[in-house]
Write a protein that binds this ligand. Sequence first.
Ligand SMILES: [Zn+2]
Ligand SMILES: [Zn+2]
Length: 130
Amino acid sequence: MTRETHQRKRSRQRDKVLETVRSTESHPGADWVFHEVRKEIPNISLATVYRNLNLLVQSGEISEVLCDGQLRFDANKKEHFHFICRSCKRIYDIEETRVAQPDFRLPRGYVVENVRMDFYGLCPDCRSDK
Ligand SMILES: [Zn+2]
Ligand SMILES: [Zn+2]
């Protein structure tokens, strides 16, 4: 295989991984992405999927979300919070940024560059009182 086709193969794999993460709002884990990508690229390995997910995180195309100790991936680039349902484990995007201003001060000497906040509880589907 020539170098050029090797590179083309690599970028095709990366594009497919990105497209797959973008195809859902479910914040999939690597296993799900692997399963989906394999439908089109049957010989891709889980290690390759992981490598591409990491590359995409590094380049800012997607971000990582930690849910219940599991690493999941998110292609929503709008500023948003996550609501994680403790029952069904779904991760919901909350595009409500009015809650974004934490009303406290850090001790002197700390410079805040980024705030990360997640909400946990029961989603509308899992609430028992509906
Ligand atoms: Zn739920
Ligand atoms: Zn999200």
